[in-house]
Ligand binder design. Structure first.
Ligand SMILES: CC(C)(COP(=O)(O)OP(=O)(O)OC[C@H]1O[C@@H](n2cnc3c(N)ncnc32)[C@H](O)[C@@H]1OP(=O)(O)O)[C@@H](O)C(=O)NCCC(=O)NCCS
Length: 170
């Protein structure tokens, strides 16, 4: 898949993205805002594991964000199962040198629309660490609404923190 979003494109990850992926993913300020599945330091073995996970999927649900032909971040969904079949967890990240240019707002708008349509979903959930105001702003600009506060739900970087739950519901 490939979607042009103006400031960036969203497309399938390719194994040839490995060096670019490691260059942007191996960053503590990125890691600090993400789920524990995203490692730090981010090594070649981690990139290979990521590509093997995507290859094992019937259809990838995580995509690269591309600027000037280079993968600079990622966006994707984890599809719900059983009673959660119409929902998905929505996540995203960008290499630090690309922050503050509106890239993620464009990517979130396009990827959320694509995921809802492609997988027949009605709800995308995005829990955000309470210290991550920029991410909340991105979600708000992309039409997600704040639904609540998940108090002390995460232990990250040795701190017990709240998450702010955002969702886009169709
Ligand atoms: C959060 C992240 C995705 C934002 O991407 P980005 O491309 O810089 O976002 P955009 O430029 O599209 O928009 C950022 C918005 O946040 C605002 N912002 C930035 N820092 C802020 C802060 N400390 N407080 C409040 N708003 C802030 C910007 O002003 C902008 O809003 P505006 O357009 O109204 O001025 C990026 O910083 C990132 O990848 N961080 C690490 C991983 C991560 O946090 N992933 C999300 C997990 S929920």
């Amino acid at each position: 898949m490939r979607i042009e979003c103006g400031l960036c494109a969203i497309r399938d990850w390719q194994t040839s993205d490995e060096a670019a992926l490691i260059a942007v993913a191996n960053n503590r300020n990125v890691w600090r805002n993400l789920h524990h599945r995203f490692p730090h330091p981010y090594t070649q073995a981690d990139a290979e594991f990521w590509f093997s996970l995507l290859a094992a999927m019937p259809e990838p649900t995580h995509w690269a964000i591309e600027v000037d032909g280079i993968a600079i971040g990622g966006v994707g969904v984890d599809l719900g199962e059983g009673i959660f079949a119409k929902s998905a967890q929505f996540g995203y990240w960008l290499g630090e040198q690309y922050w503050g240019r509106g890239i993620m707002t464009a990517a979130v708008r396009a990827a959320s629309e694509y995921a809802l349509n492609r997988f027949g979903l009605v709800r995308l959930e995005a829990p955000v660490f309470a210290w991550n105001a920029a991410s909340m702003r991105v979600l708000e600009k992309a039409g997600f609404e704040r639904e609540g506060l998940l108090r002390k739900s995460v232990l990250k970087d040795c701190q017990l923190i709240d998450q702010v739950l955002y969702a886009l519901v169709r």
